[in-house]
Design a protein around this ligand. Structure first.
Ligand SMILES: NC(=O)c1ccc[n+]([C@@H]2O[C@H](COP(=O)([O-])OP(=O)(O)OC[C@H]3O[C@@H](n4cnc5c(N)ncnc54)[C@H](O)[C@@H]3O)[C@@H](O)[C@H]2O)c1
Length: 458
């Protein structure tokens, strides 16, 4: 990338999305300022310590260090910024609507401080309901009016599609980049910012190699409203796809089929595709649940019900209880039993536990009077901080979790669990029951190790 093409970028919100985007854009040669109002996050990052678990991130933090700085003070680099990316959280309100207070607070700060002679392009990367680009623009304009200023600036929508656990990979090698903008200058600036990714002109970081056969990503340019809706449509579709195969896992169990084989046979159809067809104990995370609730709320506001999406949510609610139902079938009496939980994160390769199925399963088991031991390769600490009052026993290893347990339940498909010495674990257990909530293990191997094995839909 030529020096002249480098941009000065401020990213507000240094969580999973802001931090990943920041280090990636820094690696690509832009000058990036990552802003967060959480002092602990900024202090750690200034010392080069990652605040989230994400493969390759530690290395990228080091490599991008000359280009990326971290601050609590949005105003420090705002005057010079050519682009400001909003990447703050957009949690659910009680009624399913999206809480835009963080986004609006950032918009106010920007409006109160931007230089009207060289206003930056504002890019909304947070997942936000339709109309938010316009809302951000009007909030900024209100603040400018307070300063008796009228200036021309743009707000573009650039939804993020990264998956936690492969966030850097998805940032460097996306399927597509979606930009919703009305002004051609705004579009050109976004194109300039992503040029190294769109053209794949960068040398891949060692920790994040370019996949073989990777094709250049598409740039989808559209209106801000369509861009905003693309994000919700994508997440609602993916959540529905998982709920769909989970629904069929129930019928597979009844008729004696194996949902893993069914999904394989179905997913090889190119019209369907194999992704997101894995039956298990349900979806969670920081995105699907809140985004599904948000689009249902938007539908209700427009008197436009979304019954398919509604059903996906309901199937998921029931699916999260499957692990407990299976324990009831196998243990008969759950009260007084010791259950070992393997996996707290909502999926592997992340320490994110937001809306993880583990939360519901553990709560349910504790309510039923079970003694619950838990282990996650990286998320123990986050779980302990978030649920300090939950009476669970934290274990350092899977082997500790198994010791004296009546049953083990796999809730996250960490690779580590594929390679456990199952016979050794079985030897230390009281009862040898395993509920494979992610269908990741080989039934025969587990049976040979002495376990009574049950999966989901098989
Ligand atoms: N996590 C994902 O996998 C993912 C994927 C795609 C899209 N998204 C969307 O991206 C957005 C951010 O998600 P995330 O997971 O990175 O959230 P996060 O909670 O990890 O990070 C958000 C950060 O914003 C900071 N913040 C909030 N208000 C601020 C302010 N006024 N000034 C400075 N910092 C502020 C918080 O302290 C926090 O560190 C959400 O809208 C989410 O839906 C997330």
């Amino acid at each position: 990338m030529k020096t002249a093409e480098k941009l000065k970028i401020v990213i507000v919100g240094t969580g999973y999305v802001g931090l990943t985007t920041g280090v990636a854009l820094g690696y690509l040669g832009h000058r990036v300022t990552c802003v967060d109002h959480d002092t602990a996050i900024i202090e750690k990052l200034e010392r080069g310590i990652s605040t989230i678990y994400e493969p390759g991130l530690e290395e990228l933090l080091k490599q991008s260090a000359p280009q990326v700085s971290y601050t609590k003070d949005l105003l420090r680099d705002l005057p010079d910024a050519q682009v400001v990316i909003i990447a703050v959280g957009t949690p659910s309100k009680e009624n399913g609507d999206t809480d835009l207070s963080y986004v609006e607070a950032v918009a106010r700060e920007i409006g109160a401080a931007i230089d009207p002679l060289k206003p930056p392009l504002i890019i909304n990367k947070s997942t936000v309901p339709v109309g938010t680009a316009r809302r951000v623009e009007s909030v900024i304009r209100e603040e400018l009016e307070k300063r008796c200023i009228d200036c021309c600036f743009s707000v573009a929508s650039n939804p993020e599609f990264l998956r936690e656990g492969s966030a850097l990979h998805d940032t460097f090698y996306p399927d597509r980049i979606v930009v919703g903008a009305t002004a051609i200058d705004a579009l050109n600036l976004v194109r300039q910012m992503y040029a190294p990714i769109l053209e794949q002109t960068f040398t891949p970081p060692q920790a994040v190699p370019r996949p073989d056969g990777y094709n250049l990503p598409a740039l989808v340019t559209t209106s801000p409203t369509s861009a905003e809706l693309i994000k919700y449509t994508a997440n609602a579709f993916l959540a529905t796809k998982i709920s769909f195969i989970n629904e069929f896992s129930a019928i597979a169990e009844k008729v004696g089929a194996d949902i893993v084989e069914v999904a394989k046979g179905v997913g090889l159809d190119r019209r369907i595709g194999a992704g997101f067809l894995k039956a298990g104990v349900g979806w969670g995370g920081s995105c699907f649940p809140k985004d599904v609730r948000s689009i249902l709320f938007t539908g209700s506001q427009y008197n436009c019900e979304l019954p398919v999406v509604q059903a996906a949510l309901e199937v998921n609610r029931r699916q999260k209880l499957k692990a407990i139902e299976k324990l009831q079938q196998l243990l008969k009496v759950v009260r007084g039993s010791t259950v070992g939980i393997l996996g707290l994160a909502f999926k592997p390769n992340t320490d994110d536990i937001r809306e993880s199925p583990a939360i519901d399963v553990i709560e349910g088991l504790l309510e039923m009077g079970a003694r619950v031991k838990v282990y996650d390769p990286v998320a123990n600490e986050k779980y302990k901080q978030t649920y300090p009052d939950q009476q669970v026993i934290y274990c350092e290893t899977a082997a500790d979790t198994a010791r004296d347990a009546d049953a083990l339940v796999i809730l996250t498909d960490w690779d580590e669990f594929l390679h456990l010495p199952w016979a050794e674990l079985a030897a230390t257990m009281k009862n040898r029951i395993i509920v494979d909530g992610r269908n990741m293990l080989d039934r025969e191997q587990l049976q040979q190790a002495g376990f009574t094995y049950t999966g989901i839909g098989r």
